[in-house]
Design a protein. Structure first.
Lengths: 410, 148
């Protein structure tokens, strides 16, 4: 009987636990997590917006651990891995021995070195349920929110709080909102949707200092322009960093992220890593896939994890939906094609007969093939005249054996 | 598990399957094609019959894949591969309307509901004892349910 230990109960950790149980019906699987309950960080805004309770954002399903006979040690932080004795140390003097270990500690929010920001008790991240709870508590005392960063995390927090009547100010260093996923036009559409709901944007502007009260709480943010913006609390959404401290403290190789090979093995024997802590990607589906691949390797299947394609996302704010795949910013030597009607906006970046970026704002139904065309560098050179109307019919093939679809070059 | 097998060579593009799908999933309580509102986006079909550009047709039906892109990408737990039936089940109550499934399906099957609050795809007509309405409606036997 083997003992599997997983540190972390996010996308990678839960997906690994599920796959391990599938492969090893009788072995001991333990999940140790800082979080009390399993939750989807992509749904935190539903919790903060009071649309769902904690169970409502549990992506694993009701009684996941009981149903799968997995031991869940909640509210405990692993502080060291003893790779020689093969055990993890957590809490006050507790330890759990392992035969195979998975580190899936995720990423934590990053606070830039702005004076007072790192120490102030009213500066929060928006990554975990515990963060959302803290924000909820702060919101009960004051409705003026200052959000640093207008990526998906910042806008998630903003949309949730706007709906609850907050006065939201969002500062973004880039000249437009969601700079990684949008172009200027798409960003403008989202910006107006948020402004219609009462949000205020400060674009191309950063926070450079703060005014604090006697308890160190920030009461005013001082902008790079010198202007003062009063606030009750701050949400940091200016990027994340892989959580690597545990690996570093345990002698496991890590630089910006935990170093893994193509089987998701770390430098320590029988220790694997998956999800955001590997720095390979920061999006949900890739973390799920990594958890699965690591678990299969831990269970003895020899599986290479292919390099992920992280540039993909969808967004849905106030009913404005967008799909954004590939790189919209890399346009040198490429053709930029645009399709615009009163209800739709689409943009395709084509280079050497291959799609390298695609954005669609409006109805995004049935557009999944564009991610596939970009990720697998499928030739579209003969189809440029209908680049915005491509469907799977243009690549249609059927696997006669099992009836599934398959791409066929035409 | 069961899957709807497609023989595109037999399809003559009549779209009886599309009408049957709309009828099977209509929410207005009515019955029969004579009262089915074909212009109401709420009655959207989950299958699509597309031209193959050479005079034939490419029927697009959810494959309920063995390793479904949509399930792998779902961050709410709304999409689940049912191990017992082999079907990809969808729970609209759990769905967070993030539409990562729409982005992930390489065959472009999932659609967005008109109110943009849920995704729309084939449910294999599990509410009908006799099985998928599209299959029964096809006059050419271009689609049929087979055990995989």
């Amino acid at each position: 009987m083997e003992r599997f230990v997983i540190i972390g109960a996010g996308a990678a950790g839960i997906s690994a636990a599920r796959v391990l149980r599938d492969f090893r019906p009788n072995d001991v699987i333990t999940v140790i997590s800082t979080d009390e309950t399993v939750h989807s960080r992509c749904m935190l805004h539903k919790f903060l917006g009071h649309e769902r309770d904690a169970q409502g954002i549990n992506f694993a399903g009701v009684k996941f651990f009981e149903k799968n006979d997995i031991i869940h040690i909640a509210c405990q932080t692993v502080h060291k891995i003893d790779t020689a004795e093969k055990k993890v140390l957590f809490g006050e003097g507790y330890s759990a021995p392992y035969d195979k270990l998975l580190i899936a500690t995720g990423a934590g929010f990053f606070i830039p070195p702005i004076p007072h920001f790192r120490e102030a008790p009213n500066v929060f991240g928006f990554r975990d349920l515990s963060d959302a709870l803290k924000i909820d508590e702060a919101f009960a005392k004051g409705k003026r929110v200052f959000i640093v960063g207008s990526g998906l995390v910042g806008l998630d927090a903003a949309s949730a709080l706007c709906q609850r009547g907050a006065e939201v100010t969002i500062a973004e260093m880039a000249p437009r909102v969601m700079p990684l996923q949008t172009d200027d036009y798409a960003a403008g559409v989202y910006q107006r949707a948020f402004e219609d709901h009462g949000c205020k944007f400060l674009l191309g502007i950063g926070a450079s200092d703060a005014v604090v009260d006697g308890e160190g709480n920030i009461t005013e943010v001082i902008l790079s322009t010198g202007e003062h913006v009063p606030c009750d609390f701050i949400i940091m959404a200016a990027g994340v960093r892989p959580r690597i401290q545990l690996a570093l403290d345990s002698g496991i190789a890590a630089e910006r992220a935990i170093t893994v090979d193509d089987h998701l093995r770390t430098s320590a024997p029988d220790v694997y890593a998956a999800g955001d802590c590997t720095g390979l990607s920061g999006v949900w589906p890739d973390a799920m896939d990594q958890g699965k691949a690591a678990a299969r390797n831990m269970a003895g299947v020899d599986e290479v994890y292919p390099k992920p394609y992280p540039f993909k996302n969808t967004s849905n704010f106030f009913g404005v939906t967008m799909l954004s795949v590939g790189r919209l910013d890399l346009t040198e030597g490429a053709d930029i094609l645009v399709h615009k009607t009163p209800t739709e906006y689409k943009k395709a970046i084509v280079k050497d007969g291959k799609l390298t970026g695609y954005l669609s704002l409006g109805d995004i139904s049935n557009l999944g093939l564009y991610l596939h065309l970009i990720r697998d560098s499928i030739d579209v050179s003969g189809k440029l005249d209908k680049i915005f109307r491509l469907t799977f019919a243009d690549f249609y093939g059927i696997n006669e054996r099992n009836g599934e679809f398959a791409y066929r070059a035409k | 598990m069961k899957r709807i097998f497609i023989d595109p060579a037999k399809c003559d593009g009549c779209k009886s399957c599309t009408l049957a799908c709309m009828e099977s999933h209509r929410q207005d309580g009515g019955h029969g094609l004579y009262t089915l509102d074909l212009t109401d986006p709420a009655n959207q079909s989950r299958n699509r019959i597309l031209s193959d550009g050479q005079g034939g047709y490419s029927p697009i039906f959810c494959r309920h894949c063995d390793d479904p892109d949509c399930v792998r990408t779902c961050m709410s737990g709304a999409l689940v591969k049912n191990e017992a039936t082999g079907l990809v089940d969808y729970d609209a109550e759990k769905c967070a309307a993030c539409f990562m499934c729409v982005m992930a399906c390489r065959y472009g099957v999932p659609a967005v509901s008109p109110d943009r609050k849920r995704m729309v795809k084939c449910d294999f007509c599990q509410h009908l004892e006799e099985g998928p309405a599209c299959v029964r409606a096809c006059p050419k036997k271009a689609i049929e349910v087979r055990e995989v």
